[in-house]
Design a protein around this ligand. Structure first.
Ligand code: GLP
Length: 249
């Protein structure tokens, strides 16, 4: 673990406040900054905190641009389980960000390669991601970059592992309804962000936190690549940090 800054908070709500401070600072420094966003349950307390801060007049999202990490293949934007829908419900509909300044990969893209290239180009045209939010899967995936024998570079179509489909089936009526593929930023896209904030909360993430940040860098644990990024802030709660705390004393 070369450069990672680690904050350990009492609980997910306290962790969210620490992460929100990072986003607030980035937006104050550059009002039209580009933020990379994530889905899953880990970012939810952060999104609630950011909404509250804008309502109190502490942040202004009106010039911010955002690019999401990933989207399920085959789900339209208005599908309740799509990540576009998730972002509208949990963040975008409650802040002043302009709809045209939010991008999420198109789950219905027919020309996948063209959509993925256009996604990369849009981020590049915006000047690159200033601050990227990440969660982590139990197998160490980031976005939908699953464990494999190499680090996929750019936005691409990814097959979902059974572990990920099972972890995400809680949002669907049954496992059969969980898509088997997704579109995701690549590891190269993520690593090109100037700053990265990863949120890890809950005892069920203690083992993967330890392996990702205190073990070898390997595409078998995609998040371990973050050890090589010069500006990563890991914000976790005590439960998620428990194994690392035991092993690193
Ligand atoms: C999904 C998302 C990831 C997210 C992961 C963990 O697979 N594609 O971006 O990090 O879930 O989600 P949670 O925070 O709910 O554990």
């Amino acid at each position: 673990m070369l450069y990672t800054k680690i904050y350990t908070a009492k609980n997910p709500e306290a962790a969210a406040k620490i992460a929100a401070d990072q986003f607030e600072a980035a937006i104050k420094q550059k009002p039209a900054c580009v933020i990379g966003l994530a889905t899953g349950s880990s970012p939810l307390p952060l999104y609630r905190e950011l909404i509250a801060r804008e309502q109190r007049g502490e942040i202004d999202f009106s010039r911010v641009r955002s690019a999401n990490l990933d989207e399920y293949k085959g789900l339209p934007a208005d599908h309740p389980q799509s990540y576009r829908f998730f972002m509208q419900e949990n963040l975008f509909d409650h802040i002043s960000i302009r709809p045209e300044n939010t991008i999420v990969p198109d789950g219905l893209a027919s020309d996948v390669e063209a959509m993925c290239m256009a996604y990369e180009r849009k981020i590049e045209d915006w000047g690159g991601v200033d601050i990227q939010l990440l969660g982590i899967g139990h197998d160490g995936h980031i976005g939908f970059n699953e464990p494999c024998d190499h680090f996929p570079l750019w936005t691409h179509e990814a097959a979902l592992t059974e572990m990920t489909r099972n972890a995400n089936k809680r949002f669907f009526d049954s496992l059969d309804e969980v898509p088997t593929a997704a579109f995701t930023m690549g590891i190269g896209t993520v690593m090109a962000a100037r700053r990265i904030v990863m949120i890890i909360t809950g005892a069920d993430k203690a083992e993967i936190l330890y392996r990702a940040f205190f073990g070898p860098v390997t595409p078998e644990i995609p998040a371990s690549v973050l050890q090589l990024h010069p500006d990563v802030t890991l914000v976790c709660d005590e439960a998620a940090f428990s194994l690392a705390a035991q092993k690193t004393v």
